[in-house]
Design a protein around this ligand. Structure first.
Ligand code: FEO
Length: 403
């Protein structure tokens, strides 16, 4: 027996696969619940595939593809919406199996196919607004550069109003039986979509806003992303979430991240957390920078308006996990957020000074006073400053909500 394609509409099928073996997406981001690589087959006068799959997951993809391929038919077109190898990794083998198959992509896609796979012939180059006629179905192409790579594009099937959206609107987490939003509890999937957005796409929020403007102009029945559930019950909902995240609209809450060797910095940030809670903020989320995977920290920071960073000094510098976080946050170019900072040292200062540089140069952060620097362990006076910072952070995030 072979794995079977799953019907999306009468002539569009899901032929993707689940990956529960890869521990780290892009070698960085934890996958405790796996990830799905979605691909699709359109059965028409001309047969088309939308995207391939990560090379080591080809088996399930091929089983699903041949389960639905009409007898004696060939693949006419392979549409390559995005070249990151989680989707393009099987182009070479598909081309070998179906040598007459035309590969459809934009100018940048075609350059990348040459660079990644050495394939330079049998291409069809498409531009914004071009339409590929399959017979009953027509694929209209729109470019969404930097969501997630410069060649990223989407294909909108105009007859059934289905958008093949590549990385946009997709998330981590394998598909566990259900592949449609109405078959799943979407709470986990929306968290995983935010984690994917914050870590993979978020830096390109400006391009994401341009992509959303294009998507909003479409009459949408189904969104078929390259990761995560197919969205057919209310596809506008994910577009609204993407719009919120990429326009840096945040929820009332505070993320507190600490880097601590012996507990003194943790004592400070716990005190800040308690004061913020007493001042009326229910969503206070505390991460240990040494233990929480960066992807979860970045996801929560993306979601909430307030951030507090507390770091010990390590060999005269910022504690290494905190330095990694600050570097990642600077790369994300977050906007419209409030920041509190505190640091500690014993025999040489260093951490707080680097956090102050981050506050000035690491993004659009509004610094909330007081900044606190503790020698060795916090005194009662130091802890009172921590409580003051917690209260001020609470006021800052509540004030932002009231606007
Ligand atoms: Fe799912 Fe940017 O690849």
């Amino acid at each position: 027996m072979m794995q079977q394609a799953i019907k999306v509409t009468d002539s569009i099928y899901w032929i993707g696969g689940n990956d529960r073996e890869t521990d780290l997406f892009e070698g960085l981001w934890e996958l405790p619940r796996g990830v799905a690589y979605n691909a699709y087959f359109i059965n028409d006068e001309k047969c088309a595939i939308i995207d391939t799959i990560k090379a080591d997951k080809l088996s399930a993809y091929m089983e699903r593809l041949v389960s639905i391929m009409p007898e004696g038919r060939a693949i006419d077109y392979l549409v390559v919406n995005h070249m990151e190898p989680d989707h393009s990794g099987s182009i070479s083998i598909l081309r070998k199996l179906y040598p007459e198959m035309k590969i459809v992509g934009n100018k940048k896609t075609i350059e990348m196919i040459g660079a990644f796979y050495g394939i330079t012939d049998g291409m069809i180059e498409v531009k914004e607004g071009d339409v590929l006629d399959l017979g009953h179905h027509k694929l209209a192409f729109a470019m969404i550069p930097m969501v997630h790579w410069p060649e990223s594009m989407v294909a909108y099937e105009t007859t059934e109003k289905v958008l093949f959206s590549t990385d946009a609107f997709g998330g981590f987490c394998a598909l566990e039986g259900g592949i449609f939003d109405d078959e799943l509890d979407m709470t986990l999937y929306e968290d995983e979509t935010l984690r994917y957005f914050a870590n993979i796409v978020g830096r390109y929020s400006g391009p994401a806003q341009k992509a959303i403007a294009k998507v909003r102009a479409l009459d949408l029945k189904i969104i078929c992303p390259a990761h995560g559930p197919i969205l057919r019950s209310n596809p506008q909902h994910i577009v609204d979430l993407y719009d919120k995240w990429s326009s840096h609209k945040t929820d009332k809450g505070i993320v507190i991240v600490y880097g601590s060797m012996y507990g003194n910095t943790k004592f400070m940030t716990d005190t800040i957390a308690r004061a913020a809670c007493e001042a009326g903020v229910k969503d206070v989320i505390v991460h240990d920078a040494s233990r929480s995977n960066l992807s979860y920290i970045v996801r929560d920071i993306w979601k909430y308006r307030g951030l507090v960073l507390g770091s010990c000094t390590y060999n005269t510098e910022l504690y290494p996990p905190m330095a990694t976080l600050c570097r990642a946050l600077k790369n994300k170019m977050m906007k419209n957020r409030v920041l509190g900072i505190c640091g500690s040292y014993s025999w040489s200062k260093g951490a707080l000074a680097e956090l102050q540089v981050f506050a000035e140069q690491g993004g659009d952060w509004k610094l909330v006073e007081p900044t606190i620097e503790v020698k060795s362990s916090p005194t009662e006076a130091d802890l009172e400053l921590c409580r003051e910072l917690g209260r001020n952070m609470a006021e800052a995030v509540k004030a932002a909500e009231a606007k």
